[in-house]
Design a protein. Structure first.
Lengths: 421, 332, 292
């Protein structure tokens, strides 16, 4: 024992000294760990650049994760087919997929894996706000650029992070538009909305959107009759919808993923609430699966969406997507698609597969139709000092005859909105 | 402990302390995980291995430690170096309460285990529904950059040293405890509670003591967990899952032995992490599958765990029968 | 909090219906526990296995979920008996904590095997009557849940008849009441245990077929239901058949009313609180009788 007590203080001193040396900033060139660990892939040849695709590929949101995966895939294939990354001598992009399983813990460890083991130069992800928030923090610590293609919690681009960028809209923007739409219903169909019930899933996505909804509803002078939260993996939501019904709202604003949206729609039908407009904030309801599973019950359902093939110039992308994947593209897919193009542009301008260089290039993004393929109905995509893209438009679509058709705002409306059956 | 053991340990320690100078980030990450689970399992072992009260709900203490220090950090910027003691204190209090109520009402063995699982799960649902501590979203430990004073480090080395020291201390404290009266009392309670009672041991107090100490240690581990992963949610720390993971290594390594938990972690964690890294995306859950399989095999074929088996083999080789009092004093 | 009679009426209906299913999940567990004093932590996972079997029969084989009973029941019997024979029987004499650890290990294996093979996607089955509902006063009754309730009751009655009227059933009851006496009376205790475990598991096969029409299948579906089964068994009393039925209803109603009145999943805290209180103050359960 005595020996230990003499050695220990010495070791402690060594330890304290060692912590003062911060390890070298991780670059694309791998630092080989000792042979005991798994061998990392051979240092990438100059002709391949690896980026990470972090999505919920399995789990409750696998369907939605698949949409984003397909969007990213399509973009990268198109980029590679057109000659790869011109700024890096025609290097091809390789996507390393990482599955978050829909869980924050897994998301974090996958970011670690992508950064440390797979040595990706940047990451695109991660769909769920609840996963993206900690995942981007992990990326920030590891100094890996993370471009959020789809995850809306406001906080994600409000933390002063340097390595986090976001192309898609913020939760509060959805909320704002939901409320504006509710007000506009008076002019569109003569329906005055005064009392609104909130029904949302309980993670970051639901919570931050609901916070926005409450704020804008208060500003518009509308009353919130009740706020009901539920876990997205709940098996039955009849009770929750009953609670909502009991408060007699004029409209219900929801924030859902896919399975819960289906359950809510079914409960709405069973409880005979189809005369009350349910306005969802994207999430699961934009997935074609939603319409497919519900069939006629889906008719009339209203939701916000980030992309619609009915917008000018948008049909082209939809056709390409439809051809390859046999379904219409959704907002999730479109943003993943666009974000991949934006990242490619940043890579080109950076001129090398270096994380900090890419980060700086991303910050200077000024993406227009002339820069590359631009599929969103906006003129320019760039990132403000917080890494947020301010030009992300939103629409309200309604399920009519088995399709999501834009009904608002006026300049994008393809049909008239129908309330009540 | 003979001088060969001391020499061996000293060499190992030197290597461990010098490791970050040569090891890559991923290897360090792996070792941090090994040490974390070794530490948590050692803490659990005080109650489960020595005192023989198998808690299947240690996630409660892990979670309390993590949530208290993180909450203090986020709300008032209090450094986790202090926060962990606050978490430890709350956890010890809760542990005292649980121990008192359960043991006062004579809960033993499987019934105690069931209550602990129920508590762990109840805490999950409780925290999921209380917004001020993050609700179902959990809590994010704000990243302030390289701030050793706030237990945040660039790179893994900082975390590595912390958990290394924690684990070493954990083992030392455990050994010290069971060479004192508390230790003998716990073992007496574990082997035959009625006899111990008859011999004048205050079994209630002994069991509560073990619970409190175990809770305190685990909670401090919880703070480290929060700082290392920078995110905690109800199911990451409370609940059946984490609770079982903690005791897994103690059981497989060898219940009630000093080095059992550490050995268990050293053997299993790397295999599991490698499985997860290699098969990762396509085989999420592979590492838990591994843990489960090992659990079943160990229970079937070597219920005394790795160290227990080693002790038997050693005893047989030196042709001594392993008697309880003797092995209670033995380190390895 | 906002109460409305409609909401409470709905909770009553939902509670009773789901309580029937809870009871079915628990009779198997109480049987096993009462007979062998084994606490099977993998109980919920057996249900999960059953549900996957049913799911694939329905989606790939085109079977009607209720017809799958013909397969799910014997399949679960075999699975249960096999697992018992291979892993649990060898350690029947070992300390109960070892048995608990083993079954915990089993539950990890089953859950993660399912995860690896089938992935984590929740699988839902749609049948012609999945969405059929009718009104019972202000409450809405979903037909699949009603059928599950009825089916559970039927299965419970069958099990009761079996235990009371058949030799094998009586042997099981004898072994659970007094093992030594049973041996003296010529009962093959080992075989009886095997039978009991198999039957306990087979009950889950019934539950699986009944639940798939209105519940999703996923590797983790057994977690909550396994816990519920434990709670019901302790509440009703280990080994007590009637206790499982009544306990099932109590927990079903607690859950349903809790969900109606309390926000989010807070109701589960109450369910666990009941569990803990029973363990502390009346560990033999409401219907007493089982030995500690």
């Amino acid at each position: 024992m005595k020996k230990l007590f003499t050695i220990l203080p010495l070791l402690v001193i060594v330890a304290l000294l060692a912590t003062q040396c911060t390890p070298p900033a991780p670059a694309a060139a791998p630092t080989q760990p000792p042979a005991a660990a798994t061998k990392p892939p051979a240092a990438p040849a100059a002709t391949t650049v690896r980026i990470g695709g972090l999505w919920p590929l399995t789990g409750d949101l696998a369907k939605l994760g698949e949409e984003t995966k397909q969007g990213m895939e399509l973009a990268v294939d198109e980029i590679n087919a057109a000659g790869g990354l011109k700024g890096l001598g025609g290097a091809k992009i390789e996507i390393v997929w990482a599955d978050t399983q829909g869980k924050p813990d897994t998301g974090i460890s996958e970011v670690e894996r992508l950064a440390q083991q797979e040595k990706v130069v940047a990451i695109i992800g991660a769909y769920q706000s609840g996963v993206t928030t900690p995942a981007t923090q992990a990326a920030e610590r590891l100094k890996v650029p993370f471009v959020v293609a789809m995850a809306v919690s406001d906080k994600i681009t409000e933390r002063g992070f340097k390595y986090t960028f976001r192309t898609c809209p913020k939760a509060s923007w959805y909320a704002k538009d939901q409320v504006t739409f509710a007000k506009d219903l008076k002019d569109l169909v003569g329906l005055t909305i005064k009392k609104v019930a909130l029904l949302h899933e309980d993670t970051d996505f639901g919570e931050s959107t609901a916070a926005g909804q409450k704020k804008y509803l208060a500003e518009a002078g509308m009353e919130v009759t009740i706020e009901v939260k539920y876990p997205a993996s709940a098996a039955d939501l009849t009770t929750e919808v009953s609670k909502v019904k009991a408060t007699n709202p004029d409209a219900v604003m929801t924030v859902t993923y896919l399975n819960d949206a289906i359950l809510i729609a079914q409960a709405r039908e069973a409880l005979k609430m189809t005369n009350i407009p349910f306005i969802d904030a994207a999430g699961g309801t934009v997935d074609p699966e939603f319409i497919k599973r519900l069939g006629p019950i889906a008719e009339g359902w209203l939701t916000m969406i980030e992309y619609t093939k009915y917008a000018v110039g948008a049909k082209d992308l939809n056709d390409r997507f439809l051809k390859r994947y046999k379904v219409d593209i959704t907002g999730n897919g479109a943003y993943a698609y666009q974000t991949a193009w934006i990242l490619a542009d940043a890579l080109n301008r950076a001129g090398k597969a270096d994380r900090d260089a890419v980060r700086d290039a991303l910050a200077k993004t000024n993406y227009t139709k002339d820069t590359g393929t631009l599929v969103l109905p906006t003129d320019k995509i760039y990132f403000d000092e917080q890494g947020q893209n301010p030009n992300a438009p939103l629409f309200v679509v309604q399920v009519q005859k088995g399709e999501l058709i834009p009904v608002w705002p006026g300049k994008y409306a393809a049909v008239k909105v129908q309330i009540g059956k | 402990m003979n001088k060969y053991t001391i020499l061996f340990l000293a060499i190992v320690l030197v290597i461990l302390f010098l490791l970050p100078l040569v090891a890559g980030e991923y290897l360090l990450h792996m070792i941090v995980l090994v040490l974390l689970y070794a530490y948590l399992a050692t803490a659990w072992n005080i109650l489960g291995g020595y005192a023989g009260q198998h808690s299947l709900g240690h996630g409660v203490f892990l979670g309390i430690g993590a949530y208290v220090s993180t909450f203090l950090f986020i709300q008032w910027g209090i450094t986790p170096w202090l926060g962990m003691w606050a978490g430890g204190a709350v956890s010890a209090l809760v542990g005292w309460f649980i121990g008192y109520v359960c043991f006062r009402y004579g809960l033993k063995g499987p019934y105690f285990a069931l209550v602990t699982i129920a508590l762990a799960e109840a805490f999950v649902y409780l925290t999921s529904n209380v917004d001020v501590i993050g609700g179902a979203k959990g809590l994010e430990v704000t990243w302030l950059g390289h701030r050793p004073d706030m237990m945040e480090f660039d790179g893994k080395a900082g975390y590595y040293y912390i958990i290394l020291v924690m684990t070493i201390l954990g083992v030392i404290v455990t050994r010290w405890l069971y060479q004192r009266r508390s230790g003998y009392q716990w073992i007496a309670v574990r082997e035959n509670e009625d006899a111990a009672e008859a011999l004048g041991v205050d079994t209630l107090r002994a069991k509560i003591e073990a619970t409190v100490l175990s809770a305190l240690m685990t909670a401090i581990g919880g703070t480290f967990y929060a700082q290392y992963f920078t995110y905690i949610g109800p199911r990451s720390v409370f609940g059946e899952g984490p609770s079982i993971q903690i005791l897994l290594f103690a059981i497989i390594g060898g219940l009630g032995t000093l080095w059992g938990p550490v050995v268990g972690a050293i053997v299993l964690v790397p295999i599991a992490e490698l499985a997860r890294a290699k098969l990762g995306g396509s085989f999420g859950g592979a590492h838990l599958l591994l843990y489960g399989t090992v659990m079943v095999l160990v229970m079937l074929f070597m219920p005394k765990g790795i160290v227990g088996l080693a002790q038997n083999v050693y005893a047989r080789l030196t042709r001594r029968r392993p008697d309880s009092a003797q092995s209670a004093k033995e380190v390895v | 909090m906002f109460f409305s009679l409609d909401l409470l009426a709905q909770a009553l209906v939902t509670g009773i219906l789901i309580g029937g299913v809870f009871a079915l999940l628990s009779v198997g567990l109480t049987l096993i526990w009462g007979v062998m004093r084994i606490i099977n932590f993998a109980h919920g996972e057996f249900l999960m296995v059953g549900m996957y079997i049913v799911y694939f029969l329905v989606t790939k084989g085109g079977w009607d979920p209720y017809v799958t009973l013909l397969v799910s029941v014997p399949a679960l019997f075999v699975v249960g008996a096999a697992i018992f024979r291979l892993t649990i029987q060898p350690i029947l004499a070992h300390p109960s904590m070892n048995q608990i650890m083993l079954t915990l290990g089993l539950s990890l294996i089953l859950q993660n095997l399912a995860l690896v093979v089938f992935r984590a996607d929740p699988l839902i089955v749609q049948t012609a009557y999945s969405r059929v509902t009718f009104n019972l006063g202000p409450a809405v009754v979903r037909v699949p849940q009603l059928i599950a309730f009825g089916g559970s009751g039927l299965a419970a009655m069958l099990l009761y008849w079996f235990l009371q009227k058949t030799d094998a059933g009586r042997a099981i009851r004898a072994a659970s009441q007094n093992r030594e006496a049973a041996v003296l009376m010529g009962v093959d205790v080992q075989r009886t245990y095997l039978l009991a475990f198999g039957i306990g598991s087979a009950c889950l096969g019934v539950a699986a077929s009944l639940m798939v029409p209105f519940y999703y299948t996923s590797p983790t579906v057994g977690l909550w239901f396994g816990q519920v089964a434990f709670i019901v068994v302790i509440l009703g009393g280990m080994g007590n058949f009637m206790g499982a039925l009544v306990g099932g209803q109590i927990i079903g109603l607690t859950e349903a009313f809790g969900a109606a009145i309390l926000p989010g999943t807070l109701s589960r805290v109450f369910t666990f609180a009941i569990f803990i209180l029973v363990l502390l103050f009346r560990p033999q359960g409401l219907f007493g009788g089982g030995k500690k």
